[in-house]
Design a protein around this ligand. Sequence first.
Ligand code: 5RP
Length: 248
Amino acid sequence: TVNGSMKPYTYKLFTMSSLQEAKKIAAHQAVDNHVHSGDLVGIGSGSTVIFAVERLAQRVKNENLKVQCVPTSFQARQLVIKHQLPLTDLNISPTLDVCIDGADEVDSNLNLIKGGGGCLLQEKIVASCSKKLIIIADYTKNSQKLGDQYKKGIPIEVSPMVYGPIQQKIEKLYGGNVEMRMAVMKAGPVVTDNGNFILDWKNFNQDVDWKKINTELLLMPGIVETGLFIEMASKAYFGMPDGSLKHK
Ligand code: 5RP
């Protein structure tokens, strides 16, 4: 309590638990609807995917579901190992049946911002090798236009030798501001699973052709990948604050 009042803490706990519950509802539904026995499954990264992997493990135990998993990050690999799910990789299993992943924002056309956790490169590779990309998220990720809800910017993975020129070029060509993602305490840059840096492009113009911009960005030497996932997702599930589910 603060000065005898329960209010601030009660409110915060409620919000946190409703978000967690929303992630769980979306993750469980996606796993139940889209994963079948014998499937090769891409495992995305982030906090929502934790619930999807838990559900997969439950189904393996309860229904004798057979799956093999391709993780999209160090975190995802650790999760798969923790739950004793079989691991494979893209060179052994080049075409996956489904990839289940989170997102930072999903617009009305199912275009996405991803990479809030810095795993965009492997996430995009695994999604590109999957027949379906199914997105799982809480209600805060559902929007009309990219940038409506998510204010942390579009993540762009770059080679460490060229982050400065790329920052300048993006700001000059498209506007907004491009910031280097720093580690906690700002001790140094965030380094991805692939040894690269992440730039976050903020305050961008929302009324643009994202497909064209994404293609242009990918032609810039030194940009390894962008967090713009354009025309990749097949479906998105959103857990809602009242415990219901929305999809698009
Ligand atoms: C990591 C990602 C995540 O999928 C995205 O940030 C969503 O994470 P969360 O499920 O924790 O909200 O793209 O690179």
